[in-house]
Design a protein around this ligand. Sequence first.
Ligand SMILES: Cc1cc2nc3c(=O)[nH]c(=O)nc-3n(C[C@H](O)[C@H](O)[C@H](O)COP(=O)(O)OP(=O)(O)OC[C@H]3O[C@@H](n4cnc5c(N)ncnc54)[C@H](O)[C@@H]3O)c2cc1C
Length: 424
Amino acid sequence: MRSRRSRSSPPRYSGFGLIRRGLTGTSWPPAWRRYEPRRRYDVVVIGGGVHGLATAYYLAAQHGLTNVAVLERGYLGGGASGRNTAIIRSNYLTPEGVRFYDRSVRLYESLAAELNFNAMFSQRGHLTLAHSDSALRIMRWRAEVNRLQGVDSSVIGRAEIASLVPSLDVTDHPRFPILGGLWHPPGGIIRHDAVVWGYARAADALGVHLHQDTEVVGIDVSGGRVRGVRTNRGQIAAPAVVTCTAGWASTVCDLAGIELPITTFPLQAAVTEPVRPFLDTVVVSGTLHVYVSQSDRGELVFGAAVDPVPSYSTRGSLEFTENVAAHVLELMPALAQVRILRQWAGLCDMTPDFSPIIGPTPVEGFYVDVGWGTYGFKAGPVAGEAMAALVATGKTPELIEPFDLARFTDGRLVGERGAAAVGH
Ligand SMILES: Cc1cc2nc3c(=O)[nH]c(=O)nc-3n(C[C@H](O)[C@H](O)[C@H](O)COP(=O)(O)OP(=O)(O)OC[C@H]3O[C@@H](n4cnc5c(N)ncnc54)[C@H](O)[C@@H]3O)c2cc1C
């Protein structure tokens, strides 16, 4: 892979640099620079989340395309990329999904070194609990599909679950006793802000322009192809425009005259006060609509399924906190005294088959990388890499062929609901 740095790009982070700056009191320069937007770019990427930034980074790093702009209407990582619960895994249900997410896990494994940014990827294992025979049946199916794709995943029983996560109530007493689980050792969590900033810094170093407070308000299309975008900071011409706008995907695609089969739902999460480390896996229960992991700071991070009603609201609700607390206590009664510190919400762009929409559109030069629902953070690297290859070469990489927009009219859905509804 080519890695070029422009003359005034930020310095490399290193232990030596940290000591030198600590001793001399020299502050670190900003991680990325501000520019006035050019009137023309080779590629405009809309959305400064992990997908937009990864796309821009791989365009520059792997294809030498540096006349690229990322347009973000707020701040980088201000969308779902900075609001998620940072779970990474590849134990999906369809072979297409497993192959795709597995490539992302592999990119995540080397990301900190590649971007020179400590993203703290912790592959602590991912455990999905089964509370019914039908859930166990689906897990066996998933484990088989995973293993056929070379992904480490197996169904385990109560005794093994008890030794992996001693805090779980594995007795017959709960309303929904634990019958078994799907154990996926490569899964884990990563610092989501670091991933966003790492991609941003590396893209900037290669010459990509990152424009915050820059909202796309129109997309120019004529003769069946995209010509550029209109923003609150003026018009920008571009022969290629990629939208990575997640929860806002439908509104942005509307501007290009493209209707997406996407509905936007809020998704909430919460963290507790920090407690002594006791949980070193990610635990998910689809039946109870809840998952929990412990951050490196000791906080317990809780999440659930999307809110029941579509909306663009990012407000938290008491109903969510009450439900999530009740369900976590069914799994881990010992947490009764732990206090929830804060909660928040982000937007999720849900598709009918719980798989993304990534690839070209009927408007030539206009590409979509959307439909990430509740599971798109883990896909940032692979989606960015594949989208960059598509834009740079005009050829759709095999890995994303199944996820094109045309599948909704051709009837080729990639049904991932069984592996994506709550598990993120
Ligand atoms: C609470 C929560 C928990 C989650 N947990 C997980 C998890 O554990 N694992 C996982 O894999 N996924 C998870 N997800 C989903 C994941 O966060 C998203 O799928 C992913 O971050 C989408 O990334 P993105 O870059 O496509 O979008 P975003 O990060 O949302 O970025 C889109 C950006 O587009 C910008 N934008 C929108 N319209 C315009 C416009 N007109 N002009 C310019 N900019 C615009 C927005 O401001 C935004 O910053 C979770 C999501 C939430 C909300």
